[in-house]
Design a protein around this ligand. Structure first.
Ligand code: DAT
Ligand code: MG
Length: 140
């Protein structure tokens, strides 16, 4: 299995409820290592750029409004199979469908306000890391 890097974000619903540490603990306990991390507050334009792939979806406006409504924690995670492992620890997009013990099952408020983001493949991981971090900010 290959050592991979993936992009992860703790969303405004979770930072608001002071869940940053609890979520990072879930990720670290699953064997993922935080190799870059910062707390930011995205502008509406930054949120639109980040989620550009969803711009034709009916929930796009609501999503960008939410993602720019408060602070987020953006991070790069490293580990064996990091992309799939992060998605597994996160759980399904809709918390009502997320497996027991996943972050979204335990913390998410709704399908829109679902506490965490994780890249869905190697290409998006690379793009999303570069959207927020300079190469010198990722320290393995
Ligand atoms: P994921 O975040 O699991 O990769 P996605 O890429 O399909 O899910 O969608 C991105 C985000 O958009 C998701 O985390 C929350 C929001 N979203 C998705 N489907 C939605 C829906 N039906 N209603 C409201 N928001 C939705
Ligand atoms: Mg996605």
């Amino acid at each position: 299995m290959a050592i991979e890097r993936t992009f992860s974000m703790i969303k405004p619903d979770a930072t608001k409820r002071n869940l940053t540490g609890k979520i990072v603990d879930r990720l670290e306990s699953a064997g993922l290592r935080v190799v870059a991390q910062k707390r930011i507050w995205m502008s509406r334009r930054e949120a639109e750029g980040f989620y550009a792939v969803h711009k034709e979806r009916p929930f796009f406006d609501e999503l960008c409004e939410f993602m720019s409504s408060g602070p987020t924690v953006v991070q790069v995670l490293e580990g064996e199979n990091a992309i799939a492992k992060n998605r597994e620890v996160m759980g399904a997009t809709n918390p009502a469908e997320a497996a027991e013990g996943t972050i979204r099952k335990d913390f998410a408020e709704s399908i829109g306000e679902n506490s965490v983001h994780g890249s869905d493949g190697p290409d998006t991981a690379k793009e999303e890391i570069a959207y927020f971090f300079a190469a010198t900010e990722v320290v393995g």
